[in-house]
Design a protein around this ligand. Structure first.
Ligand code: AMP
Ligand code: GLY
Length: 451
C-alpha cells in the first residue's frame, strides 16, 4: 500500500464467513478535459481498486469516473481537493499546468508530500514550453535535430540573412506555447521574411517574441512516447498522428484527426536508434541539468531514411495518439505510473498488445476555424467492437450529450492489421451523428502499404 491510500473493508462471501478482506483503494486525479484525458482515465479506471476523478472532464469521462469542476490554473483548489479526497496519484494531461509549475507546487508543499504527481518540474517542462530552450538542450546533449537560428527584434537582420542561407521550405517557430499554431512552413523566401517580422511584432503574442528558424526536415513523422522516472524508462507504444483537416493530408493543421499504433516503419532497428541517439542522451541531459522528471516525454520525430530527428519535445502524452496508445497498454496502468513516481520503473512488468489500433477523430463543421457548439449527438449507444473517447462533449440542461469543442469524439478499433482495424472503426463512426460533423476517411491508408 502506498502513502495516501486508504484501506477499505470489503464485505464479500469470505467476510460473511467471518474472514475480513481488505482491498486497497487508489484515488486518482486526472487533470484535463479532452480525448487524451478520457483515454487516460479509462485506462486508470481499470486498475485494481481505482477510483478516478477528472478535472474538469467531459461527458465521456463521467462514464469512467467523477468529474470535478476545477480550473487547471488554480493550484490551491487542486491541493484542497487532493487533501479532502485523499488522492494518491495525480496525472497531468495537458502541458500548461506543467509549464506553470504544478509539479514544483506539489513537491514544495509539505501537506502534498504523499501525493504522487506524474510530469516534469517547471524547468523540465521548458522542453515543450520554449522551443529555444529545447534546441539549446538538444545541441548541448547531442540529440539529432534540425539546424536552427534564434531571432529576436535585436537580431532581425541576422535572421533575415540566415533565411537566405537555407533552402525552401522555411520553418518559423514561435518560441513559446501558441496552442499548437505557432509553426509556419513557407515556400517563398519573401513571405518567410515578412512572416518573421510579423511574428516578432506579436503575431502569436509574447510566444513569438523569440522565433526559431529551422532547417526543413524530410521524411515521415512519428510520435514516440517515453515514460521515465528520471533514471529508468520504458517506451510506450508509438503512434502516427494525422494533423491536417483534409483527406490526403490537405488543408489546415488541426490538433490531430486520427492515429494509428503501432507504426509499420518503427522497426526494432529504428526504435533502438531512437533509444541510443535520442532517449538516452535526453535523459542524461535532464539528469545533468538537475531536472526532476517523472512523467511522459513525447518525442515528435522525423524518420529520414531510418534516421530519427527530433522535431519537438512535448512533456505530456499526445492527443489523439493517447486514444490509440492506451488501448494497447496491458496490465495495471496505475501500478505503472505509481512505480514511475517512486523511481521503480525498472521493477515493473510492462507489456503491450500486438493488435493494431486505429483512431478516427470526429470534429465539428468548420473546425479548425470557427465552429458551432451545442449540437445534439446520436448513435453513441450500442456501438460495437470500439472504444469511444470523448474529446469535446458536454451535457445540456436535459442531460443529453452535445458537442462542446472542435474535436468532438474519437473512435478506436483494434484489428490484426491496419485494414481490419480501419474497417471496424469506420463502420462504427458511420453510426454516430451530429449536425456539421466531419472526419478524415483515410486514417492509416498511407501506412497500409508499409505493413
Ligand atoms: P511542432 O509544433 O514543432 O510540432 O511543429 C508542427 C508541425 O510542423 C510538425 O508536426 C511538423 O509536421 C512540422 N515541422 C516542424 N518543424 C519542422 C521541420 N524542421 N521540418 C519539417 N517539418 C517541420
Ligand atoms: N497530436 C499532437 C499533439 O498532441 O501535440
Amino acid at each position: 500500500m502506498y502513502p495516501g491510500e486508504t484501506r477499505r473493508e470489503t464485505l464479500d462471501w469470505k467476510a460473511v464467513q467471518g474472514q475480513h478482506i481488505t482491498a486497497v483503494e487508489r484515488r486518482i486525479l486526472v487533470l484535463g478535459s479532452g480525448g487524451r484525458e478520457h483515454a487516460l482515465a479509462w485506462k486508470l479506471a481499470q486498475s485494481e481498486g481505482a477510483k478516478v476523478f477528472i478535472a474538469p472532464g467531459n461527458a465521456g469521462t463521467a462514464q469512467v469516473g467523477v468529474n470535478v469542476d476545477m480550473k487547471l490554473s488554480d493550484f490551491e483548489s487542486i491541493k484542497r481537493f487532493c487533501l479532502k479526497e485523499n488522492i494518491s496519484l495525480v496525472v497531468v494531461g495537458p502541458e500548461q499546468p506543467l509549464v506553470d509549475g504544478i509539479v514544483d507546487f506539489f513537491r514544495n508543499d509539505e501537506a502534498l508530500k504523499a501525493v504522487r504527481i506524474i510530469g516534469p518540474d517547471k524547468r523540465g517542462a521548458q522542453l515543450e514550453g520554449s522551443k529555444a530552450f529545447a534546441k539549446d538542450f538538444m545541441e548541448k546533449y547531442g540529440v539529432p535535430t534540425a539546424k536552427c537560428f534564434k531571432v529576436t527584434k535585436d537580431n532581425l537582420a541576422d535572421g533575415l540573412k540566415f533565411l537566405e542561407t537555407v533552402n525552401a521550405p522555411y520553418v518559423l517557430k514561435a518560441d513559446g506555447l501558441a496552442a499548437g499554431k505557432g509553426v509556419l512552413i513557407l515556400n517563398d523566401l519573401q513571405e518567410a521574411k515578412d512572416e518573421l517580422a510579423k511574428m516578432l511584432e506579436g503575431k502569436f503574442g509574447a510566444a513569438s517574441a523569440t522565433v526559431v528558424i529551422e532547417e526543413f526536415l524530410k521524411g515521415i513523422e512519428v510520435s514516440v512516447f517515453v515514460l521515465t522516472d528520471g533514471e529508468h524508462y520504458i517506451l510506450l507504444p508509438e503512434a502516427k498522428d494525422y494533423k491536417r483537416i483534409g483527406d490526403g493530408d490537405t488543408g489546415l493543421n488541426t490538433g490531430g484527426m486520427g492515429a494509428v499504433s503501432p507504426v509499420p516503419f518503427c522497426t526494432s532497428d529504428f526504435l533502438s536508434r531512437v533509444e541510443e541517439r535520442i532517449v538516452k542522451p535526453t535523459l542524461k541531459g535532464l539528469k545533468t541539468e538537475g531536472v526532476d522528471y517523472k512523467g511522459f516525454i513525447f518525442l515528435g520525430l522525423m524518420n529520414d531514411g531510418g534516421n530519427p530527428y527530433v522535431i519537438e519535445y512535448n512533456v505530456r502524452m499526445g492527443d489523439p495518439e493517447t486514444e490509440a496508445v492506451m488501448t494497447r497498454i496491458e496490465g495495471d496502468f496505475a501500478d505503472l505510473l505509481s512505480a514511475c513516481a517512486d523511481g521503480r520503473l525498472d521493477e515493473v512488468h510492462y507489456a503491450k498488445s500486438d493488435k493494431t489500433a486505429v483512431t478516427v477523430m470526429m470534429v465539428s463543421g468548420g473546425y479548425p476555424e470557427a465552429y458551432e457548439k451545442g449540437k445534439k449527438m446520436s448513435g453513441l449507444d450500442g456501438l460495437k467492437d470500439v472504444v469511444v473517447f470523448h474529446a469535446g462533449t458536454a451535457f445540456n440542461a436535459e442531460s443529453e450529450v452535445v458537442t462542446s469543442g472542435g474535436r468532438v469524439i474519437a473512435v478506436t478499433a483494434h484489428g490484426d492489421s491496419i485494414e481490419e482495424a480501419r474497417a471496424v472503426a469506420y463502420r462504427e463512426v458511420e453510426k454516430i451523428r451530429f449536425e456539421g460533423m466531419n472526419y478524415r476517411h483515410d486514417i492509416g491508408l498511407d501506412l497500409m502499404k508499409m505493413q
